[in-house]
Ligand binder design. Structure first.
Ligand code: HEC
Length: 334
């Protein structure tokens, strides 16, 4: 009997865990998907637990009191859900799972009067008996219980000085196309017209690396570097991006800390190095006002540069930002 029930409970745990993993993890591991994989593993664990229970009970002839069995299973389930299961499940889900486990344990223990008697006897004894041992248990339980609940309530209520979470999308999905100075630009396709070699041919991303250390002011600078230089003049001169984004493009311009969010740090791999050049173009043209609603709350001070610069100037300043930080824009495909 006991074997079957333990099996059932572990099966329930396994099944829930597996469905949770499938739900949270998704994706495929090799030829079977993550959910199936988890289910197989959990079934294996369940069978192993039944095997252990059988060894302890029938082979070693150790009788574990019912109450203790219940507690063990409860703790084991808690450990599985809290520690073993990855990614971690939210508290509400944990509460539901543990509720199911608790009900399953009570069902198992109260399935017949004998079993219930075994299960509840220690509790009854602790509450009622007049022996010294029972009294000691009583004192411990009724001191620890209120303390525990009190501590739980206290730690819930005590004010925490944490920043409120602001969930905003820093790099929202760009629109498919934008209108800049009356021209519709297909953002999926457009390339930086100034990323070119000496023959004026498009310089594939990565090929510019040879110019990273070269001097844009040199007489024999390549066409690419000449464009970079003009971009630099816009960054430091015409537009003054450095007041916000900093002389070193590290986001530490003299006005930077007046703003929230602070200006992007281009030297950090989390900004332009992650982005496609056309995404950056979109951000430069439309600035803070141009981001979609999903970025809310987003009071970005980034100006919409289309109001002040020509398209060419904006492409050049972008070229300069990549050259100066020695990052490559992200590309897809070849
Ligand atoms: C008034 C301050 C200010 C100025 C001047 C300014 N920016 Fe910004 N910029 C910001 C702020 C603030 C952000 C971060 C919030 C955002 O992404 O909108 C930002 C973000 C950006 C981003 C997005 C980076 C990313 O990771 O998504 C780019 C690209 C950018 N700026 C380029 C420029 C260029 C080029 C210039 C000059 C032509 C410029 N900025 C001038 C304030 C400024």
């Amino acid at each position: 009997m006991m074997k079957q029930i333990v099996f059932l409970i572990t099966l329930v745990i396994g099944f829930l865990a597996a469905s949770q993993m499938a739900f949270a993890g998704g994706g495929a591991t090799g030829f079977i998907n993550a959910g199936t994989f988890a289910l197989v593993i959990e079934l294996g664990v369940a069978l192993f637990v039944v095997f252990l229970a059988w060894i302890v009970k029938d082979k070693l002839k150790i009788g574990i009191p019912k109450l203790l069995q219940g507690v063990f299973i409860w703790i084991a389930a808690y450990i599985v859900f809290r520690v073993i299961l990855q990614p971690p499940i939210p508290f509400t889900l944990l509460a539901v799972y543990m509720g199911i486990i608790t009900i399953a344990i009570f069902l198992y223990c109260s399935i017949d009067p004998d079993s219930w008697e075994q299960f509840s006897e220690p509790i009854r004894a602790m509450l009622q008996d007049d022996t010294g041992k029972a009294k000691a248990y009583r004192y411990v339980t009724f001191t620890a219980l209120p303390l525990l609940i009190g501590f739980g309530t206290y730690s819930k209520m005590v004010p925490k000085f944490e920043e409120p979470v602001e969930l905003r999308t820093v790099h929202p999905a760009p629109p498919a196309s934008i209108n800049v100075h009356g021209e519709i630009i297909d953002l999926q396709r457009v390339l930086n017209p100034f990323r070119v070699d000496n023959e004026g041919k498009y310089l594939d991303v990565g090929k510019e690396v040879g110019d990273f250390k070269n001097n844009p002011f040199a007489e024999d600078a390549s066409q690419y570097l000449k464009n970079v230089k003009e971009g630099g003049e816009i960054f430091f001169g015409t537009a003054g991006c450095m007041f916000c984004h900093g002389d070193n493009l590290d986001g530490k311009g003299m006005f930077a800390f007046a703003f929230n969010p602070i200006p992007a740090n281009f030297a950090d791999p989390g900004t332009i190095a992650q982005l496609q050049e056309n995404f950056v173009f979109w951000r430069v043209t439309k600035g803070g006002p141009g981001v979609p609603r999903e970025t809310f709350p987003w009071a970005s001070a980034m100006p919409p540069w289309e109001k002040h610069l020509t398209k060419d100037e904006m492409w050049k300043v972008i070229l300069f930002e990549y050259w100066h930080t020695e990052f490559f824009p992200r590309t897809f495909g070849s």
